[in-house]
Design a protein around this ligand. Structure first.
Ligand code: CP
Length: 292
């Protein structure tokens, strides 16, 4: 299987092999290693992105692929063209793989059944964000050496988070213990992880803060940013009480001074920008898997 639609259905062995290959790419110092130089990749973003879109483009270009960038707002989607017709159009022109970010859940599975080139999920609604999950695991493994037995707290807007889902499903395959902490209206009871208090959550090896996804909220879900920060934010005071070995993570973009204080984002224990760096070799491994 060359597509990557999610981590839930990917075996531990397959995830391990992508992480191992990402470590190989991370160790290569040359910027350009053109093993994909006759391959064409379309990055199709039907929802906005900075990190995922540009780190896929970095990864593809470092491997020498020919890159086509598609942004829905500047396309015939604005005239009413469907997602399927858009992807079919690019396939008919000869792309070898497509990276795709979508708002609705379920559409990607349907597309994958109708499109013959490999598709890579760059985030679909609140379902999965597999390459973010892979780069999160890669970051944790590099820091702690193993994922087995690691305690990971995911804190914040779980219900809207595709990152929480991909991380949970992948981490559980490796014997990590995932806990959630969230206000009652941002919980996802269908997911198999216990909810704990903020004090308990902050005792874990990894403390992963999530962005409050205002754009996906129904009105009134976040009554007060100050109140949220006071109850669920990784404030400077809380960060100062963390064990020295605790790793602070966040998929970003960050709402500074809401779920995490400004001064904590780039503190010594934070891996937030390391996560972004690691996204490039991880996506190189994913694109190589899709295209070689
Ligand atoms: N972490 C992440 O997916 O960021 P973007 O939405 O900017 O791609």
């Amino acid at each position: 299987e060359r597509s990557l639609l999610g981590l839930k259905d990917l075996s531990r062995g397959e995830i391990e092999s992508i992480l191992d290959r990402a470590a190989y790419w991370a160790a290569r110092e040359e910027k350009l290693i053109p093993v994909l130089n006759s391959r064409f990749v379309a990055n199709m973003f039907f929802e906005n992105s900075t990190r995922t879109r540009f780190s896929f483009e970095m990864a593809e270009k470092r491997l020498g692929a020919q890159v086509l960038n598609f942004a829905a707002a500047a396309s015939s989607v604005e005239k009413g063209e469907s997602i399927y017709d858009t992807v079919k159009t690019l396939e008919s022109m000869g792309i070898d793989a497509g990276v795709i970010r979508l708002k609705p859940v379920g559409v990607l599975q349907e597309l994958a059944g109708k499109i013959s080139v490999p598709l890579i999920n760059a985030g679909d609604g609140n379902n999965e964000h597999p390459t973010q999950g892979l780069l999160d695991l890669f970051t944790m493994k590099r820091r702690f050496g193993t994922l087995q037995g690691l305690t990971v707290s995911i804190i914040g807007d779980i219900s809207h988070s595709r990152v929480a889902r991909s991380d949970l499903w992948a981490l559980q395959k490796f014997g990590a213990e995932v806990k959630f902490c969230a206000p009652p209206n941002m919980q996802a009871p269908e997911l198999d992880a216990p909810y704990v208090s903020m004090d308990e959550a902050l005792k874990s090896d990894v403390v992963m803060m999530l962005r409050v996804q205002l754009e996906r909220h129904e009105t009134g879900m976040l009554k007060s940013a100050e109140e949220y920060r006071a109850q669920y934010g990784l404030t400077e005071e809380r960060a100062a009480k963390l064990s020295r070995h605790t790793l602070i993570m966040h998929p970003a973009p960050v709402n500074r001074n809401v779920e995490i204080d400004d001064s904590v984002v780039e503190c010594e224990q934070s891996a937030i920008f390391t996560q972004m760096s690691n996204g490039v070799p991880v996506r190189m491994a994913v694109m190589e898997r899709a295209l070689l």
